[in-house]
Design a protein around this ligand. Structure first.
Ligand code: F0G
Length: 352
């Protein structure tokens, strides 16, 4: 709509808020569901692919959906400070919403494994950033204990309000398509978002807003794929730092989603992730971060199993601008540099 009020107002009857709840919003949500004709054509058989471009949220990722709820409820409870562990996007969102609500934001990140744009955001929004010599799983262990022992509210996806906010992405998909898709392809890290999407689809289904439920297809980076291994991965590694997670906090919930939706978890290699990343940008005009491209890499890898005429939604969780270093390093393109500032030279460089 032309006057989008933010997702809490838009979906108020579905969310745990009252008339007196102090809503903290940056007008997140209402992100576009964009048709992906190049992907649809590559798959063929009448399959229709869409991407849910959640990189267009106010801080550039789907985390804003969860954070508007988590910070709103923290403010309602009188919290003065929040804390999270993060591979980058949660810290950016926590910082923005907490500062807007007048709270301190503490973020604990794995030193050297957070994309540049996310660090820039956390700092400028005014978060207090601690980079530990450890990975995301170590950081999460620390912040969980911090929130048990000090007056700081945990805003990782183990905070139930986070999932409540994030489930609205599923509502938006159904509101546009008129039903749930056949497949929902999604990158999986800590497994909060796959859990939230499924909550959204099942609630809408119970309300009669969709006739069917999707098969939930969760994709993990091959070097950080605990759901494929069936056990935690002690030293996860992937180019997609956002999902460099070995011990997902929402383990049982994600397994339940897979079972109830007859869904599947599959690994995608870094090379497959980067191919999908380049394809989305250069053929669809859509710039996402590497972790987000795991959903498309996974779709391309599993496409033979799609029914004819199926509708597929791939969730693009974060904006490509978050990670300029990887974009430059892994683009198949390069700049023609140090060209003489002269029309003929420039034209001849262009092949005219
Ligand atoms: N995509 C992006 C861009 C992410 O930042 C994350 C998680 C995921 C996918 C996976 O979502 O954890 O709900 O399964 N990022 C967290 C963070 C861990 O700290 O920003 P999930």
């Amino acid at each position: 709509s032309t006057n989008w009020p933010g997702l809490i107002e838009a979906y108020r009857p579905y969310l745990p808020v009252s008339d007196t709840t102090p809503v903290v919003t940056l007008l997140e949500g209402n992100t576009p569901l964009i048709p992906a004709p190049a992907l649809s054509q590559a798959i063929g058989r009448g399959v229709q692919v869409y991407v849910k471009y959640d990189g267009l949220n106010p801080t550039g990722s789907f985390k804003d959906r969860g954070m508007t709820m988590a910070i709103t409820k923290a403010k309602e409870a009188g919290a003065k400070a929040v804390i999270c562990a993060s591979t980058g996007n949660t810290s950016a969102a926590a910082a923005a919403y907490a500062r807007r609500a007048g709270m301190r934001a503490f973020v604990v990140i794995p030193d050297g494994y957070v994309a540049l744009g996310k660090l820039a955001q956390a700092l400028l929004y005014g978060a207090e950033v601690i980079a530990i010599e450890g990975n995301f799983d170590d950081a999460l262990t620390i912040v969980r204990k911090m929130s048990e022992n000090y007056p700081v509210t945990l805003v990782n996806s183990v905070n139930p309000y986070r999932l409540q906010g994030q489930k609205t992405a599923a509502f938006e998909v159904v509101d546009v398509l008129g039903d749930a898709p056949d497949w929902l392809c999604i990158p999986v890290g800590n497994a909060g978002n796959i859990t939230a999407y499924w909550m959204g689809f099942t609630e809408y289904h119970q309300q009669g807003k969709c006739a069917r439920l999707p098969k939930m297809m969760g994709f993990q980076a091959a070097g950080a794929a605990p759901f494929i291994a069936g056990k935690p991965i002690p030293n996860p590694e992937t180019i997609a730092t956002a999902i460099r997670i070995g011990n997902p906090a929402n383990w049982e919930k994600a397994i339940a989603v897979q079972q109830h939706s007859q869904g599947e978890f599959h690994p995608v290699t870094d090379q497959e992730i980067l191919e999908a990343y380049r394809l989305l940008a250069s053929q669809e005009g859509i710039f996402c971060e590497p972790a987000s491209a795991a959903s498309v890499a996974g779709l391309l890898k599993q496409k033979e199993h799609l029914p004819n005429q199926a509708t597929v939604v791939c969730v693009l969780t974060g904006n490509g601008l978050k990670d300029p270093s990887n974009a430059i390093e892994y683009s198949s393109n390069s700049i023609k540099q140090k060209i003489k500032a002269d029309l003929k030279t420039v034209a001849s460089e262009m092949g005219f």
